[in-house]
Structure formats: structure tokens, C-alpha cells
Design a protein around this ligand. Sequence first.
Ligand SMILES: [Zn+2]
Length: 224
Amino acid sequence: MGASKDVAAKDGDSRLGRRALLIGGAAAAVGSAALARDELSRLWWRLPGVDKPRVAGAVDFRGARWVPASAANYRRADRPDDYPVDRVVVHVTQGGYASAVKVFQDPAHRAAAHYVVRRDGRITQLVRELDVAFHAGNRAYNERSVGIEHEGFVEDASSFTDAMYASSARLTAAICARYGMPVDREHIVGHVEVPGTDHTDPGRFWDWDRYLRLVRAVRGPSAA
Ligand SMILES: [Zn+2]
């Protein structure tokens, strides 16, 4: 978890800059005859002016349960149009599932992750991936990442169950696929690795090798 206090003001100039770059990149990509159909469908909604639909209760990961976080704990955005997404940040809740959901619904908490994965592998989504959730304690990392909390404690190895690893890996694999993100430790990071953080999660008992192996197994050999 993070105690991030993101500033709500937006940096208009740099947003325009990124958007212009995206337009150029998309236009160049569309010119390629080798572009696959699913690649095209992935790119169309990167174009500016495309207002992505928001359906009440809809989730970005099939099978996730939708429990909305307080609007004070994230910033409405239009990712990846306004901010490219190129990181998954792995967290540990330092508490039970119910208390994590409770604080993410509390406007005074000023933090929430996009997802919480329970010990039994069930996944809850609290913030749309379109939006910037305050989970990393670092504004730039919040803007570029999807945050996944895992129920448990960093100092309790038994927190991290087989079911949790398996379902979290499926979630991360889907996120990597959605944003064209490589499956590696540069792009899938722990909260502890976010610049400026004083958080230690997911901690020494989180098995990174196992986790990346599982994510790659879902994504297939091309992901490495
Ligand atoms: Zn954290």
C-alpha cells in the first residue's frame, strides 16, 4: 500500500507532448502492412478524441469482482491516451482483504490500488485501468502503472498461496498483453522498487522467479 498524496493538477504541456508522440507512433504503425488485426484494434483507442466507454460495474479483467474505491483515492484519466502504461506494481496489503477494501473505499485514505488479489485467488477491481490509482507513492509511477495488492503480510511467507500466484499471474499477463508490455523485472516491479518509496512490499518471501515464470506461461514464449 502507499500513502501517496497525488496532486490533482494536471501538467497540460507534457500531456500534449505525449499525445502528439502517440499520434505519430500510431500513424506510423497503421502504415505497416504487417500489422495484425488485433494490433489495430489495440491501437484505435489510443487515438486522441476516442472517448472510451465506462460501463458501471465493468471490469478490465474477466472474472474480477467490481468494488469501487472512493473517488478521492484515484484520479480520473484516459490511459493509455494521456499516460502510457508500462509498469505493473506488486503490493502486499499488510492486512486482510476486507480491511484493504475498506480503506480503499475511505476517502480519507488517499490511496487505492486497481486490484486486490485474495489468498484464495479471487480478484477484486476497485479502480479502472483508465484511471490513475494512488498506490505507488510516486506520481509518475502512479500515472504509468497498474497497481495490484496481494492479501497478506510481507513477513509471513504463508500469505502467498498457490492460488494467489496463479491468479495474479493471469491478471498481470493480461495487463502486459493489453499495453504491449514485456514480461520482465523492468516492467513488473515491487512497490519497494518505486523511486522514493519507504515501503518494503512485496518483501523477501515474494517469489519473483516463480511469478514471472507463471506470467510468461500465460503470455506464451513471445512474451520474454
Ligand atoms: Zn505497496
